[in-house]
Design a binder for this molecule. Structure first.
Ligand SMILES: Cc1cc2nc3c(=O)[nH]c(=O)nc-3n(C[C@H](O)[C@H](O)[C@H](O)COP(=O)(O)OP(=O)(O)OC[C@H]3O[C@@H](n4cnc5c(N)ncnc54)[C@H](O)[C@@H]3O)c2cc1C
Length: 526
């Protein structure tokens, strides 16, 4: 997957009046899912992403592939059932990126065991043949064996249940590679700047600009899909500035700690926080991730900042459950994501946690097809629904959806023990990454706090369309999300590796390192 080849394909098609079947705006989970679905049905597809793939919400999730125990509590059975099915399909199609995880709900009150025990049995039942394991009640001793760091005072027992966990931005990059493997043209750093209309005011294309060179493209299209998450309304308004907004935005933060705060391989689930939400503390890439919050925000931004109250809330809530409560000084990274929520009249004012997580497909009078809402877990189902609509809207030749059993790029059922453990996310590409490193200086670890090696930066530049230090450290590896200070230490060696790949000089290296340090400062807690 190489950017110059993708740009060349945009350029060649722009020079003709030959329309793409589908042009997608937005390279997060939603847009990339649509690209995979449409390309595997045989349609010609171009996807343009304003920044890097996954720069938006899709790299900032809780990392759960789940039905959503909380939605069960809200009584949204169809959403839970659909998500549980998608959870099963995703593990089947991307075993290198999705795995089972045990979650324990600790019980400190007598009623919690029967209450959560029954609820989680229902969760098992709804999963049916897509189940990940049966939930069971645990004694106090069994609970502590699974979560050794848990506060034993007042603990009565627990309930264990099973869900899925993944690496969100890695899955996104592998979806991009899957789309590319099937002929889609996917381009990062290429914002859509205008929507083009025919003489009757109906959309027939997208203007896009190469963010690196300024070159302009005209992408003629039979159907234009708007998959821009929290930026949905700004793209809709490119077609009609007077449109009423349909989105509401809420943010959620996560704090990342050393793995010792959790101890063991089991996640902690707090089913009801003081603001009525669910809080998780989960093991992820050798660290412990705690979150999340649900705070309404007025304006979407690409790099949302955590509110002080959110940091305090997560520290305080998680801290109650551990013998050694984490403090601010223990936070290795804080990251913030924005939920694209579809507004429903009267709801969501002040409490966005009650807004539906179902996805929505909306067609404006210009013919712009918007898909938004939903969850990472349900991206495949959302994409199927969207392409079905696109076929009708664009009068495309009907073709059946093929993604239920489609292996995601890198599919590998097992991770060979010969490769480092953290290479498992590359799946069948792990051998090629290891080959790059073999017997060369690229085998060097970039920082002692994290396992990443130099070869991964080079691999990302050559094969995964990483263009700068941030792409490598935030979304190809997860260094920035795991340990922001360590990521800063890695910035200069990564900049040097990329400069050698792209033929850039010392000015570029200095500018990249400075830019990354400024960004990483926002991922640290003072
Ligand atoms: C805190 C939090 C935790 C979550 N946890 C989970 C979880 O554990 N499991 C789960 O299943 N779901 C989870 N979700 C939900 C999930 O992450 C989102 O539903 C999903 O990532 C949304 O993807 P998207 O593609 O719609 O949006 P995004 O990922 O934001 O992608 C939209 C893209 O559009 C691009 N764009 C905007 N304007 C333009 C333009 N003019 N031209 C080109 N591109 C443009 C942006 O740059 C962006 O990359 C969580 C969400 C949040 C906020």
């Amino acid at each position: 997957m190489q950017r110059d080849q993708m740009i060349q394909k945009l350029r060649e098609r722009s020079a003709t009046a030959d329309p793409w079947d589908i042009v997608i705006i937005g390279g997060g989970a939603t847009g990339m899912g649509v690209a995979v679905d449409a390309a595997t049905r045989g349609f010609s597809v171009a996807l343009v992403e304003a920044h890097d793939f996954g720069k938006g919400t899709s790299s900032r999730s809780t990392k759960l592939v789940h039905g959503g125990v909380r939605y069960l509590e809200q009584g949204n059975i169809p959403l839970v059932m659909s998500a549980l099915k998608e959870r099963g399909l995703l593990r089947q199609n991307a075993p290198h990126l999705v795995h089972d995880l045990a979650f324990v709900v600790p019980n400190y009150s007598w009623w919690e065991a029967p209450f959560y025990g029954i609820g989680l049995k229902l969760y098992d039942l709804l999963a049916g043949k897509y189940g990940f394991g049966r939930s069971t009640l645990l004694s106090k001793e069994e609970t502590l064996a699974k979560l050794p760091a848990l506060e034993p005072e007042g603990l009565l027992g627990g309930v264990v249940y099973y869900d899925g966990q993944f690496d969100d931005s890695r899955l996104l990059i592998h979806l991009a590679m899957t789309a590319a493997d099937h002929g889609a043209t996917v381009v990062n750093y290429c914002p859509a700047t205008a929507l083009l209309k025919d003489s009757e005011g109906y959309l027939n294309g997208v203007a896009a600009r190469d963010g690196e060179t300024g070159e302009e493209f005209t992408l003629h299209a039979r159907v234009v899909v708007n998959a821009t998450g929290v930026f949905t309304d700004s793209v809709r308004r490119l077609a009609d500035p007077g449109l009423e907004p349909m989105m509401v935005t809420s943010q959620g933060i996560h704090l990342v700690f050393h793995r010792s705060f959790l101890a063991g391989d089991t996640a902690l689930m707090v089913p009801r926080t003081s603001d009525g939400r669910v809080l998780f503390v989960i093991p992820w890439h050798g660290h412990a991730v705690a979150g999340t919050t649900d705070t309404p925000v007025d304006e979407p931004s690409l790099e949302p900042r955590p509110f002080e109250e959110e940091i305090e809330f997560v520290l305080e809530t998680a801290g109650r459950y551990f013998t050694r409560p984490p403090s601010r000084a223990d936070v290795l990274a804080v990251y913030v994501g924005l939920r694209p929520l579809v507004s429903t009249e009267g709801k969501g004012e002040g409490n966005t946690s009650t807004l539906s997580r179902d996805h929505v497909i909306h067609v404006d009078s210009s013919g712009l097809l918007t898909i938004t809402g939903g969850k990472w877990t349900t991206y495949r189902h959302m994409a199927e629904d969207c392409v079905d609509h696109a076929i009708t809207l664009g009068r495309l030749d009907d073709a059946p959806c093929d993604t239920k059993s489609l292996h995601i790029h890198g599919y590998a059922a097992e991770h060979p023990a010969a490769f480092p453990e953290h290479f498992s996310v590359y799946g069948s590409d792990a051998a090629a990454v290891a080959n790059l490193a073999q017997g060369t200086s690229l085998a060097a670890q970039l920082d002692s706090a994290l396992p990443y090696i130099a070869a991964e930066a080079v691999w990302a530049a050559r094969n995964e369309m990483a263009r700068n230090v941030e792409d490598v450290l935030a979304r190809r590896t997860r260094a920035l999300f795991l340990n922001a200070r360590a990521a800063c230490e890695m910035a200069e060696p990564v900049a040097r590796l990329l400069a050698a790949e792209f033929n850039f000089g010392s000015d570029w290296i200095a500018a990249e390192v400075a830019r990354f340090h400024a960004l990483a400062a926002q991922y640290q807690v003072a």
